[in-house]
Design a protein around this ligand. Structure first.
Ligand code: ADP
Length: 430
């Protein structure tokens, strides 16, 4: 009867078919144990409404102190419900069970509860044979379901195995590819390292060669200039007009050669890392004054205004000689390549840098050549019509020096409008 009522109640409150069987079986098992012990037991059903509606069942029998033994025997029954606890009550031993109702269960209003109570009152328990038939039905349904689940599980396992095989194959393929790529990358790096060592060695050899050759050339070229001067001297033997012209040609060619040799030597020294900046606090007002004085004689064209502005940074920590060299190269170029307008030197502070600007309104440089003019010996075609030949080494040298001073050099320029060379150098701590 406990079993039948348990199933009825479970059905009425909305538990699903399987849960009804679970509750009924749990109840029947607890009732069997209690009745075997005491011969009678009370069963009470209730609905808990704590968070989710829950079916509560309480069974009590009048033998106290049975708690330990019952707990041991009911271990497996606990799996059929959500909670199962055994405790001592004032009158005997009590077993409490609970099972949560599914979310879709119809709400248990007072009317429905009354209704359920009335139907349970009217319930006539079936005979043990009827109950056996019901139990058999349930067992068959449960076994069926177990088999269906086992089949499902087997199918899922097979699928999973296949997926695993696929994943493993993919993984193996990917690892192989990755390994191969890695091997390639490692080989590439090794090659790159080797190449950069070779490049560095080649570049050092070139700098050394240039430095040695230009150094060796300086003495004979200076001698040629000196001898030329002697030949042309008034106090020497008189030369014919032709000879005078030839000696003048020798002297001016030798002077050109000397300036080329000097520029080469400077650049080679800078490239070989042989120039060490000598840092000190530099008074830019003084330096600008000197540049104004030494370069004004070069700015001979009346159509060109030569302006050295008041420095916007009074003092900075740098190498005075190298900085003056950089600015002198840029200003000489600006004066050389400007037919009219102005050449202007200024410096302003930008963040932690001093930005020197040499701006002219001269020939300008086409945008595609803005990097090439920093290559050794490169000269913009036709640019020397105005100024006579140069060496093509001034800008590469100036950029090297800016780098040695911890800064950088860039250019903005538009053909026909003019050029601005910007040197930004760290102010340094003063
Ligand atoms: P050089 O002046 O001796 O030819 P540089 O290395 O100083 O060599 O300059 C390289 C080339 O860049 C110059 O030949 C010239 O064509 C171009 N250039 C440099 N400065 C300017 C400038 N301010 N305006 C126009 N062209 C310039």
């Amino acid at each position: 009867m406990a079993r039948q009522l348990g199933r009825e109640v479970a059905r009425e409150v909305g538990l699903e078919q399987q849960d009804q069987t679970r509750v009924a079986t749990a109840l029947s098992e607890v009732a069997r144990l209690l009745l075997a012990e005491a011969g009678s037991a009370d069963v009470a059903f209730a609905i808990g409404r704590d968070r989710v509606p829950t079916l509560l069942v309480e069974m009590e029998h009048p033998t106290p102190g049975d708690e330990g033994r019952l707990t041991a025997q009911l271990g497996i029954v606990g799996r059929l419900v959500d909670t199962l606890e055994v405790g001592d009550s004032e009158t005997g031993t009590v077993v409490r069970m609970s099972r949560r109702l599914p979310p879709g269960a119809p709400p248990l209003t007072t009317e429905r509860m009354d209704d359920i109570r009335a139907r349970l009152d009217a319930h006539v328990p079936g005979s043990p044979l009827d109950e056996l038939a019901v139990q058999n039905q349930q067992l068959i349904a449960a076994l069926d379901e177990v088999r269906a689940q086992r089949d499902d599980l087997a199918r899922l396992n097979a699928e999973l195995e296949e997926t695993n095989r696929g994943v493993m194959a993919l993984y193996n393929q990917l690892s192989e590819e990755l390994e191969e790529t890695n091997r390639g990358v490692v080989a590439l790096y090794a090659e790159l390292d080797e190449k950069s060592v070779q490049l560095r060695a080649a570049s050092e050899a070139k700098s050394r060669f240039l430095a040695n050759v230009s150094h060796e050339l300086r003495a004979p070229v200076t001698a040629i200039i000196g001898l030329g001067r002697l030949l042309a001297d008034e106090s020497s033997d008189r030369l014919t007009a032709d000879q005078t012209r030839q000696v003048d040609l020798i002297r001016s060619s030798a002077a050109d050669l000397l300036s080329l040799v000097n520029d080469l030597l400077d650049l080679a020294k800078a490239e070989a890392g042989r120039i060490e900046p000598n840092l000190a606090d530099v008074d830019l007002r003084g330096m600008f004054g000197q540049l104004r004085g030494t370069l004004r004689p070069l700015a001979t064209r009346p159509e060109v205004e030569f302006v050295v502005e008041e420095p916007g940074v009074p003092v900075m920590r740098t190498d005075e000689v190298l900085l003056a060299q950089v600015l002198r190269n840029l200003l000489t170029n600006a004066i050389k390549f400007t037919a009219e307008g102005s050449v202007r030197l200024s410096v302003t502070r930008v963040g932690d840098d001093a930005e020197f600007e040499v701006a002219d309104t001269g020939a300008g440089i086409p945008p595609e050549l803005h990097e090439r003019i920093f290559e050794e010996f490169y000269q913009v075609p036709g640019s020397h019509a105005l100024s006579g030949k140069g060496t093509g080494l001034g800008l590469p040298y100036a950029r090297r020096l800016a780098g040695i001073l911890g800064g950088a050099m860039r250019v903005t320029s538009e053909p026909g409008k003019g050029s601005t060379f910007i040197v930004s150098l760290p102010l340094g701590s003063q």
